[in-house]
Unconditional design. Structure first.
Length: 147
């Protein structure tokens, strides 16, 4: 669940970022959508969102088409719709990219705080095991010599 959520957020970041770069470069929206979907590394997202470019080329709203797919968060859809209505789609995409990147990084940072003490504990146990594996045979040898 942890890695899935981080991966999902990074895919949303990638989707918004690629769409933003393509639109900023003057690429038409339908082609930009196609490129953006190709940049996703999540096969499920790619398959669910396939055909969005064709729907948009028929004149439908990108946010409406994405909303009908039931896979993207409402925040993503609503901010995208706001950008479409205000004519500031690129600003909305930049906000989405930054927002989901921060969320993914926040989750990673949260779990890394737990990983550090656990790693230290494991290293301590490993050192204790090594020390015991050296000390116990030596004590047995010294006991055997005395006896």
């Amino acid at each position: 669940p942890i890695f899935g959520k981080v991966s999902f957020y990074y895919n949303l970041t990638r989707l918004a970022g690629t769409l933003l770069m393509a639109l900023s470069s003057g690429i038409p929206l339908t082609k930009a959508i196609s490129l953006s979907l190709g940049s996703l590394n999540n096969a499920y997202l790619r398959s669910v969102l396939s055909g969005v470019d064709k729907e948009v080329s028929k004149g439908r709203s990108l946010s409406l088409v994405l909303k009908e797919r039931w896979v993207l968060p409402d925040t993503f859809i609503n901010l995208l719709a706001l950008g479409e209505k205000s004519g500031e789609l690129e600003k909305s995409l930049k906000m989405l990219q930054d927002m989901y990147e921060r969320q993914a990084e926040r989750i990673i940072a949260f779990w890394l705080r737990f990983a550090e003490p656990i790693a230290m504990l494991l290293v301590g146990l490993l050192v204790a095991l090594i020390v015991l594996s050296v000390v116990l045979p030596l004590s047995e040898i010294s006991t055997g010599i005395k006896g």
